[in-house]
Design a protein around this ligand. Sequence first.
Ligand code: ZN
Length: 207
Amino acid sequence: MLATVDALLPLSLLEAVRDVDTPEGVLEAEFVDELRNKRFGLSDTVYTQIKRYSEAVRKNQRTAQDEAVALARLIGRRPDAEAVLRAAGRYLAHEAYHTVPALTRTMVRVLPSFVARPMALRRVRRLAQRYLNANVRRVGTYVLLEVPRSVTLGVAPGSTGCTFYEATLRELMRLLVGATGAVEHTRCAGRGEGACEWRADWRSASV
Ligand SMILES: [Zn+2]
């Protein structure tokens, strides 16, 4: 069976490229035209692809994993790859978080932790499964995210590619349960350790 990812994943990569490449402040239209030629994120290609993936997200269609990997590789060649990948992770987490019903989001914030934590964990697990093809489990005060088939593995020097998942987990935890402690990359497929795994400490979280 062809490996697929939720269309939100490639969309998050492109949204991040566009966001990073968009100059800050108000600009003259002609200056933007000039930039368009130099900045990939402002190109018509990216615009068209963002529309395509947004449509796919709306229709619940999945994308071939290879297509997402190709996009990640393109980003990995940029000198600012890490910044873009982290922005993409945050974008994905944000969009995923907003698929959680508002009432649930509020309950996780206001209920006592012995009720709220299991609820939050169930949500993280479901969102990670759907949007990252990842597994989530809890070990003591840690939440472990395991990604068997990373889209961003090895797309940039060292473990730079892995920062995408780290940023997603960090932001998802922040949104769900408030501030999170350290997020560590405890296992990496790039170091021959089978799968990539991250460990988030939520002892210090407000829930
Ligand atoms: Zn890794």
